[in-house]
Structures are given as structure tokens and as C-alpha cells.
Design a protein around this ligand. Structure first.
Ligand code: NAD
Ligand code: UDP
Length: 335
């Protein structure tokens, strides 16, 4: 017996591919939907032989039209995970209008589909909705500090309006939506040219190129290993809607299901660069400073109290272990 039929938008991306793998291991039928902007068939090549796995190439802005079968009907899904959106600043800034459109129309289409199927929808939101935060660590009740017209706005504001759409579908139609504000997450299958800090530093060290620290490297980030995030997704989706309603109805909590997930360990970018080089002593790379990109948040660290209370979850993989696994993955690619 198949457990559930699940749609994963962004299913050929870094996180999407790990999610598809996990869902298949739990006996689900999985449809990965992706336009391959930053994702790749290579990420899901090991899944393609599975008879419960299907890949559909398409833009999430045209979701229903692309998913229609020969009878003109859209298949029914029990669960939808909305991950379609470029996540690396380099890639989302290269096509800013596409990025905002993806976040807005993608979410609208996923919500419509979830409403029509009675599916449960998990949306991959982001710590970027907090912008350059003045509350530290960031709690879900914090509304954020976001520039509407900067180079990061296409992503930050796109993700914010996606949250707004979700909240209004919950209020107007009682659609079953769960949102996760994901803090920097890394691991195997990140694209080597992704441009995000961990993949950049490892690839630079492997190629004996300069390690590019933007600004003075004093800005901080908290790094979550991908398996920890996928575990949180699973626990969140397993919860009954009534349990969520009761949990989020309590005073002092958001009124809509939204939780932070991340690893609260906080590192400066310089510390990360030094740690990466220590783990790769054969590298001849040197640390160099480059200009800090516009609107780069100065610090970021999740408060994960809500996720702990709701899911009984906390991250298990420390940065040292996750970095070793990620270095091993990238070393395998380049050998
Ligand atoms: P990724 O770039 O590897 O994955 C995104 C996937 O979405 C790619 O496969 C890409 O081809 C696909 N995609 C992009 N636009 C699309 C469109 N219009 N239609 C269909 N597919 C489209 O990045 P990731 O790190 O795996 O991120 C996955 C999701 O998690 C994203 O929504 C991202 O915003 C969110 N997120 C990730 C992080 C992180 O640190 N990894 C942090 C916060 C939020
Ligand atoms: N960064 C860096 N060097 C790089 C890539 C990124 O110093 O080669 C910095 C970037 O300026 C930011 C942090 O690392 O302060 C995290 O960047 P990333 O693009 O991974 O994610 P963000 O959290 O900014 O979305």
C-alpha cells in the first residue's frame, strides 16, 4: 500500500532532492516538479528508477496547466511541499523579477491546488523574512527589518508575500498550511557554483583559489545540516491539523502555523572560513576580503523554542560533522 501521493515543487534542487529521497523511503508516491533553474536531474538520478517516483519539468507559475493529464484533470495530492525558488543570492539576484514571480505565483498555485485537493501544504519560507534583524536571536513573533527596494528584496519580499497568502488562505478557506522559516541549510548536493558561503568556501579550498570573505567577515550565520531540516519537515507534516490549531492558538504564539528551523550555533563568516581551511590542510588557499554585498544581514541565529515544543525536534548534526560530510561530497565531485 502506498502511504500518500506527494508533490514536491523544487524537487530537483538541493533540499528538494533530499526530501524526495526521504518521502520515497516512507513509501510515498512522489512527483518532483522543477524547472531546473538551479536544480538538476543529477540530484535525482538515483531516484529515477523507483516506480513511485515521477519527475515533471515545469515552472511553478504554470503549475496546474503543466500537471494536467490527458483528460485535462490535475492529479490529486495528499501533501504538497513548496520548495520551488532559487535560494542562493547569486541566482535569485540574477533574475529578480523571475524570483518574485516564482515566490508569489508559485505559492498562489500551490495554495489553490491544496485547497482543491484538501491537501496539506508545507511551505519553505526563510529566515530572510526577518531581513537585517534588530531582534536577536530571531523569534517567530518578530516582524523583521526588510528593505523593499534593495537587491535582496526580490527574494525577501517574495517570501514574505507568500507567507501572507498562506495566512489568508488559512483564514478564508481553512486550508491546511504549515510554514517553516528555514535558516541557512547546507549539505551534499548543493550546487558547486551555487554561490552560497559553504559551497563557495569548500570549492575554493579544493581548487586552491582565494577564499572570498565578503566584508570584514564579522557578520554571523547559523548553519543547519540538511538531514536535520528534513526530519523537522517530516515531524511537522505528521501532526494533526487540530493539534496545530490548539498549539498556535495559545497567547504569545503566532496565530498561524509558522516555525523557525535552524541550528542555533552562531559563527562569524571569518570563523567559518578558518574552520573550513583547518579541515582541508592540503589546500593552498588564502583568506581574502571582498566588498560586502548590499543589504547583507549582520547577524542571524534562530530561536527554535517553538519547533522544540511543537515537534520535540532539535538539530543533531553539529557544524563540524556536517562540514566533513559536505567536504567529502564536493571532493568526490572534483576527483
Ligand atoms: P535550490 O536552488 O537548490 O532549490 C530550488 C529548486 O527550485 C531548484 O531545483 C530550482 O530549479 C527550482 N525552481 C526555482 N524556480 C522555479 C520555478 N519557477 N518553477 C519550478 N522550479 C523552480 O535551493 P534549496 O537550498 O534547495 O532551497 C529550496 C527551498 O528552500 C527554496 O524555496 C528556498 O527559498 C528555501 N530555503 C532554503 C534555505 C537554505 O539555506 N538552503 C534557507 C531558507 C529557505
Ligand atoms: N559570503 C562570503 N563569501 C562568499 C559567499 C558568501 O563571505 O563567498 C557571506 C555573505 O556575504 C553572507 C554569508 O556569507 O554574509 C552567507 O551568505 P550566503 O549567500 O550563503 O547566504 P545568506 O545568508 O546571505 O542568504
Amino acid at each position: 500500500m502506498y502511504l500518500k501521493t506527494v508533490l514536491v515543487t523544487g524537487g530537483a534542487g538541493f533540499l528538494g532532492s533530499h526530501l524526495c529521497e526521504r518521502l520515497l523511503s516512507e513509501n510515498c508516491v512522489v512527483v518532483a516538479y522543477d524547472n531546473l533553474y538551479t536544480g538538476s536531474r543529477r540530484n535525482i538520478a538515483h531516484l529515477e528508477a523507483n516506480e513511485r517516483f515521477f519527475f515533471v519539468e515545469g515552472d511553478v507559475a504554470d503549475l496546474e496547466a503543466t500537471l494536467k493529464n490527458r483528460d485535462g484533470k490535475v492529479p490529486r495530492f495528499d501533501e504538497i511541499y513548496n520548495l520551488a525558488c532559487p535560494a542562493s543570492p547569486v541566482h535569485y539576484q540574477a533574475r529578480p523579477l523571475f524570483t518574485t514571480r516564482t515566490s508569489f505565483l508559485g505559492m498562489l498555485n500551490c495554495l489553490e491546488l491544496a485547497k482543491r485537493c484538501g491537501a496539506t501544504l508545507l511551505h519553505a519560507s526563510t529566515s530572510e523574512i526577518y531581513g537585517d534583524p534588530v531582534v536577536h536571536p530571531q523569534v517567530e513573533g518578530y516582524w523583521g527589518n526588510v528593505n523593499t527596494i534593495g537587491i535582496r528584496s526580490c527574494y525577501d519580499e517574495g517570501k514574505r508575500v507568500a507567507e501572507t497568502l498562506a495566512a489568508d488562505y488559512i483564514r478564508e478557506f481553512d486550508t491546511d498550511v504549515r510554514m517553516v522559516r528555514i535558516f541557512n541549510t547546507y549539505g551534499p548536493r548543493m550546487h558547486p557554483q551555487d554561490g552560497r558561503v559553504i559551497s563557495n568556501f569548500i570549492m575554493q579550498a579544493l581548487r586552491n583559489e582565494d577564499i572570498t570573505i565578503y566584508g570584514d567577515g564579522s557578520q554571523t550565520r547559523s548553519f543547519q545540516y540538511c538531514d536535520d531540516l528534513i526530519e523537522a519537515f517530516m515531524k511537522y507534516m505528521a501532526l494533526d491539523k487540530a493539534v496545530l490549531r490548539e498549539f498556535f492558538g495559545k497567547p504569545g504564539r503566532p496565530c498561524i502555523p509558522v516555525i523557525n528551523t535552524g541550528n542555533p550555533g552562531e559563527y562569524t563568516i571569518r570563523e567559518l572560513a578558518e574552520k573550513t581551511l583547518q579541515k582541508m590542510p592540503q589546500s593552498k588557499s588564502r583568506l581574502v576580503m571582498k566588498p560586502l554585498p548590499g543589504d547583507d544581514p549582520k547577524k542571524r541565529k534562530p530561536d527554535i523554542t517553538l519547533a522544540k515544543e511543537l515537534l520535540g525536534w532539535e538539530p543533531k548534526i553539529p557544524l563540524d560533522v556536517g562540514l566533513d560530510r559536505t567536504i567529502a561530497y564536493f571532493s568526490g565531485l572534483s576527483s
